[in-house]
Design a protein around this ligand. Structure first.
Ligand code: ADP
Ligand code: GLC
Length: 492
């Protein structure tokens, strides 16, 4: 089975969130099952610096009139993942992030930057003889790759099967209608049955509409997005895709997230030596300016600071969490209003609330290792990875019952054999209630240790997810392998 993964970020080279984690780890797990995976992504400067063994470039010409484009093929160091880089300096040779400029605005030509990624994927998928490799499946991730299934569907001739994975329905890649021509889509696509969404061109809708299968990253989120509440305006089209939609739960990379060998934490530990976690708690306190209070429960937050993540519920709950005797350790970045809110809280409660605003991978590991609880009060959560890391680190997750959080954490209140604590209402009060139930167990040391060990035993490795993707690839290629695009068009 040959798979071309099309994605806009990949850990450890370019990462803004869980998408990068998935792109860094799922291909490795698939390769371990014998799948031949190539990951296609833009040749951002950081990627060019990191990739090894670059072969001869292959010219793709100037497909969108945005600049000369070449494919560079190499490997990521450490994991050895094969990467195909779309090299177009006019679009990708820029400082700052993959999506935003240095002051946090979207790059004004993001429609071209990600259309080119998708176009290169479609071309490479067809140009088997040019590249000596033709995928059975093009697997597109999020809106950045959403046009790849569209380009392939609209071309005449043979094409590989296509899978579109939605990591977050709230990010849709919607652009003014005038973008249609520049991204190379024909006018007839601009309809309710095509890429049109509220009079804009939607890259995500293109992916959902034109791919053979649609997946998202947890079974519960796959159901939730069929409702107007969490469907972000796409519930109708997703319901139309019906049986072609499924949820495959993410995993985490237990090589990067293993408290017994993690080089980024103060002291390694395992389920048999949980007292060693205390050294990490002290290190978090040092790092974030918290008063030394080993007996006080430490509540960690590792998150984008956005409305999705429900961080306003945490801000509202701070007085009551502190009244319960807890300390708060926050590492996060995101909306200015939330960053400021947490910095203000650190000023208002010195020694009891410690905050670091920014993106810091080592600190994220340390906070996971040193905290007793991890808060994830998301309003919606397609999967969520931080609660999975917390479980592995014996750090008990307190989560809102939604999306992947509902699928990966079970409630341990009132003596139940759960792995964390859950609440329903998106309110600070409900969040405080769940923390209070957690702390009741925290104070009964033997019961807490049992809970920590149970959490650490959970298996959210990528191997299970990779098997499910492999089944999906087998299903989507079966019988339709290399069917001409015109035939598959008739089917829809
Ligand atoms: P999302 O992708 O919606 O942000 P996930 O839980 O799927 O949420 O993934 C978030 C990833 O980003 C995790 O690997 C988490 O450790 C990491 N992360 C989030 N915020 C920070 C931060 N400020 N510094 C370092 N890592 C972070
Ligand atoms: C998105 C979602 C998150 C998910 C991640 C990886 O960023 O917000 O829930 O874990 O993608 O799939």
């Amino acid at each position: 089975m040959k798979i071309l993964f099309v994605v806009s970020e990949i850990y450890p080279v370019v990462k803004t969130g869980g998408l990068g984690d998935v792109a860094g780890a799922l291909p490795v797990a698939l390769a371990e099952l014998g799948v031949d995976v190539r990951v296609m992504l833009p040749a951002y400067p950081a990627v060019l610096d990191a990739v090894e063994g670059l072969g001869e470039p292959v010219s793709l010409g100037d497909p969108l009139g945005a600049g000369e484009t070449r494919l560079l093929r190499g490997r990521l160091p450490q994991s050895g993942v094969a990467v195909w880089l779309v090299h177009c300096p006019a679009l990708y040779d820029r400082p700052a992030g993959p999506y935003l400029d240095a002051i946090g605005r979207d790059w004004p030509d993001n429609h071209l930057r990600f259309a080119l990624l998708a176009r290169a994927a479609a071309t490479a998928a067809e140009a088997g003889s040019l590249l000596g490799w033709r995928p059975d499946v093009v697997h597109a991730h999020d809106w950045h790759a959403g046009l790849a299934p569209a380009y392939l569907h609209l071309r005449a001739g043979r094409r590989p099967a296509t899978v579109m994975t939605v990591h977050n329905l709230a990010f849709q890649g919607n652009f003014p209608a005038a973008a249609l021509g520049p991204v190379g889509l024909p006018p007839e696509c601009f309809s309710i049955d095509g890429v049109e969404f509220h009079n804009q061109v939607s890259f995500l809708k293109a992916g959902i509409r034109y791919s053979d299968r649609v997946t998202t990253v947890s079974p519960t989120y796959a159901r939730e997005i069929l409702t107007p509440t969490l469907g972000c305006g796409f519930d109708g089209i997703l319901r139309q895709r019906g049986a072609d939609l499924r949820g495959i739960l993410n995993g985490i990379d237990y090589r990067a997230w293993d408290p017994a060998s993690d080089p980024l934490i103060e002291r390694t530990y395992d389920a048999g030596h949980l007292a060693r976690k205390d050294a990490n708690k002290r290190a978090v306190a040092d790092r974030l300016g918290l008063a030394d209070a080993p007996a006080a429960p430490l509540i960690g937050v590792v998150s984008r600071l956005t409305d999705q993540k429900g961080v306003d519920l945490i801000l509202g709950a701070i007085p009551s969490l502190l009244a319960m005797g807890a300390r708060l350790a926050v590492v996060g970045s995101g909306d200015a209003v939330f960053e400021e809110g947490f910095r203000d809280a650190a000023t208002a409660y010195p020694g009891r609330v410690g905050v670091w605003t920014g993106y810091d991978e080592p600190l994220a590991h340390l906070v996971q290792a040193g905290s007793d609880l991890l808060l994830v009060p998301s309003r919606f959560e397609p999967c969520g990875l931080t609660q999975l890391c917390a479980l592995r680190y014996g750090t008990i997750p307190v989560v809102r019952r939604t999306g992947g959080l509902a699928d990966t954490v079970s409630d341990a209140s009132r003596g139940k054999e759960g792995t964390g604590f859950m609440f329903e209402a998106a309110t600070s009060l409900a969040l405080s209630g769940a923390v209070s139930r957690a702390l009741a167990v925290y104070r009964k040391r033997p019961a807490w240790r049992v809970l920590q060990r149970r959490a650490m035993e959970q298996d959210f490795s990528w191997t299970r997810a990779a098997r499910e993707y492999l089944d999906l690839y087998a299903e989507v290629t079966k019988g339709r392998a290399r069917r001409p695009a015109s035939a598959s068009r008739k089917r829809k």
